[in-house]
Design a protein around this ligand. Sequence first.
Ligand SMILES: [Zn+2]
Length: 326
Amino acid sequence: MSTLTVGTASAAPGTRARGVIHVTNLPGGRALEIPVIVINGAQEGPCVWVDAVIHGDEPEGTLCCHMVDKDLDPATMRGSVVLVPVLNVPAFEAAQRGNPLDTFSYDLNRIYPGKADGYLTERLAHTHSQWLRDVATYEISIHSGGSHSYLSETIFATTDDAAIELAKAMGEGWGLILKSFLPKGSPPAVMFEAGKQGITVELGGRPATSPMEFNRVGRVLAAGVMNVLKHYKIIDGEPTYADKWLTGVQHALLAPVSGMFLPDPMIECQKPMKQGDLIARIVDVYGDVLAELNAPTDGMIFGLRALPNVQTGDWCCFYAEIQGEL
Ligand SMILES: [Zn+2]
């Protein structure tokens, strides 16, 4: 075993270290940096790299990283874990999807692998990509419904066996694995192009940020990451698995009109629906129905808008067209 270095964090075998990956400086002189926690096992093994806050309004992954960090003892690990609790710091500080100071490359999850001489956030993506490609064996990108929606336990993975194995390793409760045939613009795309595996994991968002719910979401995500570590034998323990895995493709349903978004009160995430079933109505300021949102195919919703105010073109529903089992 050897020392594992990511940015300024260097951990000898059997130890942990904190540090930053430096990207550049901001106008006021403050550095734009990516905080990292490196946990280097005493014995050889793969490296699992966890990225949180690719979107600044999705802090669920940060809590997950803190919980995983507390639970790991590098002296007993075979392999290593790199935790990035907040990838896009300015977006996190503003609690917005992207860095409000960068209007040219705002959405970090669309611009990977970034550019060394590009816009500000493209440079952040480029620096992150280089470390990720060099160090990680497996990558987990943690997302949620952010400031507008709630997303239930859902994984996006490429269709190759190794990526599906990583997705299944999230364990019990993670039975919906949707296809991203060729991830583009995201950290898992960098892993895919390097011949390695990365997945996008979704859980939480606006209605699940109350104290109890936020803690629950953090614990579920942390249990998933710990299960991955058990599956690849980085830590001891018996991994769990979902009873079955459904797969298919995502339909992101956007608002056809502006108004007030009122989901059917009986609707539930990951409950089978038939094509044409009512998902929600959009009403005007007088309460008159302007539009209905219906299931586009047989399948199930896996996420739903949680902000009643809606504008034409806004995200309303994250719908899974189910195509079979894995
Ligand atoms: Zn996201």
